[in-house]
Design a binder for this molecule. Sequence first.
Ligand code: ME8
Length: 505
Amino acid sequence: MRFYVTTPIYYVNDKPHLGHAYTTIAADILARHHRQRGEETFFLTGVDEHATKVWRVAESQGLGAQEYVDQISDAWRSLPPRLNAETDFFIRTSDEGHKAFVREFLQRIYDNGDVYEDVYAGLYCVGCEAFKTEDELVDGKCPLHSTEPEWIEEKNYFFRLSAYQDKLLELYAERPDFVQPPFRFNEVKSFVSGGLRDFSISRAGQPWGIPLPWDEGQVAYVWADALVNYLSALTFARPGEDLREAFWPEVRHLMAQDILRFHCIYWPAMLLSAGYSVPKQIFIHGYLLLDDLKISKSLGNAVDPLELIDTYGADALRFWCARAVSFGQDGSASVSGIADRYERELGNDLGNLLSRTTAMIARYRDGAIPGGPAAGSELEGLIADVHTNVLRDLDGFDITGAVDRIWTLVRHLNRYVTEQAPWTLAKDESKAAELDQVLYDLADGLRVSAIALWAYLPETAPKILEALGQPVAFDWELVEYGRLEPTTSVAAAPPLFPRFEVSAA
Ligand code: ME8
């Protein structure tokens, strides 16, 4: 089995904000989970450099476009490691391998007869990097960016998207889970059923971009260049290797709804024209809304993910992203929710549980985990549920549902420790076997929780296993009751999520 997951390649007209971190975290959770299942996994992210808005920022800073993107791309390249996201490749659209591939890709579409020349006269929103029709505007402005689009009139090359309407509708009918969640798929289908207009794939008036192979005087329109990254990366990510055959059939694209049409309509049509198969699945998540406003630079409410990491750590940010809003839905979140989840869930439910469990094993049993598995307990049932159903949840991209399920186990362990009161059992020599069982179950429940949470908390999970004297391995088959390794070295663990004072701001 193989699994290939992508994030959008982000525009480098500014620094990353929390919305970008959100998609990258979600993709990393999925990638790590599939690695745990022993699948060969490829996780791609990167940056989109040939946009008009990028070119304009470079100009406003008095820099050449290449010089500007070379500088800012470093800030983007360092984002995934700061988020504990383990990517397999970071693509830049100015990579030579990408540029050469795009030219070849567009030439295939051209040779296939799907490109013609015409005059484009119409409106262009630089924020969206998209051509707009009058009826997409509200009071003459782009509703996403609250700006008036610019009038463009130039001779361009057009892609015959209209010729793909029936093929796309057939594809959607054949592949009921092509776009997820279903309400997004319905949006796509009804848009395509309403008729498709051909779109311009070139820009004549902009010097920044990839020159078209059949007309070097024009550059590829940024979307005709950017979408191709998902395929081009597979040809040069590993020097000397072509990963297309292995990974292209397994690709899952992740993004928010702002760029759904490009991915669910333009991209499959371009792929069909160039002779490639369409993506396996496209998952559209919601916007992360802070106080009901989409986080965005132009609206001035961008939140710097690096500041949140400096305060709470990457794992707490990842955990909050997965839990704050049900993945796939739009949802309002408050950044103060991170502090709350850090303290209540990570600090108390998980961190305290580990501190108490290890302290009791050290104190009552000299650091040796006693006892062994007892069949038929509620704990065993909950672990079996995690083992089977987290896979199902994550196959359906339900990142929030899967962590809720794992947290049910963590909460059960907290209730169990209160109900069993091992500190009372410890006072009564005749209850020694009971105490052994409680300590064993707590340690094993924590071991399983750590493995199941690794995709969400990659920094914390190894600490839990180490504190329990367990091998640091995350294979999914270890999510099973009764697989604790014998150890005699358990000592009271320091807090996983130390308390600190959070300022009210
Ligand atoms: O669109 N909530 O780049 P972009 C959730 N270069 N996700 C958000 C978000 C928010 N508030 N804000 C941004 C582009 N995102 C193109 C993509 S791909 C071939 C080219 C995430 O920098 C989300 O994934 O505007 C969204 O789709 C993406 O960032 C847009 O990033």
